[in-house]
Design a protein around this ligand. Structure first.
Ligand code: ORO
Length: 307
């Protein structure tokens, strides 16, 4: 079996979509649920629907993608209604991404008083809202947010984190997170504010922010592996980890799970291949496990060897 659990949620397959990919509308989320995905994450919701940034705002390259979507979404009520009306055995994870602390608190109060009891993922790492820094790079803001949220929020909560690059950053962030009853973290969001250049046209490839945007795909796999590993070494064992970043094969997922991921999310490769990718990933991961004689994910999860 390749099943996995986070909080009370059971994923028969350990792959789901990364928030923001193939999940803005009910039709897209239904397609993911109908595939061999373990579940679905909603597009990060704001209190009020948003059109997002001007087009073009997403671009695929051979090794990955760049995006500056700007949180286009249908608004929190749409996603809460979708969850309420959808009959499925699979988990639906709700992503929230207010553009201010006040909006995040309002959104989470709404979730708290709703019937939804699944995983709520608070996105502290969107790199693409013009004029708004990523909360995940401001330790005081992370701490203030968690202190305010856990005053009232009693449902299972996860945090979507930006990538970190210095071991001191992991120490600082983990010591804050370990003070709170988080159900999980999700590492990593895109590598923010990269730049893709088209040499032929001598131009950037997306319009918002002069072409700067979040990088996903194969480029960022080592960063994702490092973030999952570094947090697994520092977080309380009760805090689970969703590993996200640069997964396009079952082998990539195997590596993330070796680093400590409980389940794995896919963004760029899902945008490229569509929901059929989930069956391929399940099959590839099972084949690796069979060849190595592993029966379940916990046989190798977190067991990365060091010299
Ligand atoms: N893009 C990302 O890469 N991460 C986010 O959290 C949000 C967006 C977006 O909507 O632009």
């Amino acid at each position: 079996s390749i099943a996995a659990t986070i909080g009370n949620e059971k994923y028969e397959y350990p792959f789901i979509n990364a928030a923001g990919v193939y999940d803005e509308t009910a039709a897209q989320m239904n397609e993911i649920l109908d595939s061999q995905a373990g579940g679905v994450t909603t597009k990060s919701a704001t209190l009020v629907s948003r059109p997002g940034n001007p087009l073009p705002r997403y671009f695929n390259t051979e090794l990955g993608s760049i995006n500056s979507m700007g949180l286009p979404n249908q608004g929190l009520d749409y996603y809460l209604n979708y969850i309420e009306e959808t009959n499925t055995d699979k988990p639906i994870d709700l992503s929230i991404s207010g553009t201010s602390m006040a909006d995040n608190l309002k959104a989470l109060k709404k979730v708290q008083s709703s019937n939804f009891n699944g995983l709520t993922e608070l996105n502290l790492s969107c790199p693409n809202v013009i004029g708004k820094p990523q909360v995940g790079y401001d330790y005081d803001a992370i701490e203030d947010t968690l202190a305010a949220v856990f005053e009232f929020f009693t449902k299972p909560l996860g945090l979507k984190l930006p990538p970190y690059f210095d071991l001191q950053q992991y120490d600082a962030v983990a010591s804050i997170l370990n003070k709170y009853p988080l159900t999980y973290i999700n590492a990593i969001n895109s590598v923010g504010n990269g730049l893709v250049v088209d040499a032929e046209t001598e131009s950037v490839v997306i319009k918002p922010k002069g072409g700067f945007g979040g990088i996903g795909g194969t480029y960022i796999k080592p960063v994702a592996l490092a973030n999952v590993r570094a947090f697994r070494q520092r977080l309380n064992p009760e805090i689970k980890i969703i590993g996200t970043g640069g997964v396009s094969t079952g082998k990539d997922a195997f590596e993330l799970i070796l680093c400590g991921a409980d389940i794995v999310e896919v963004g760029t490769i899902l945008a490229k291949e569509g929901p059929a990718v989930f069956e391929r990933l399940d099959t590839e991961l099972k084949a690796i496990m069979e060849a190595k004689g592993y029966q379940k994910l916990s046989d190798f999860r977190g067991k990365l060897k060091e010299y």
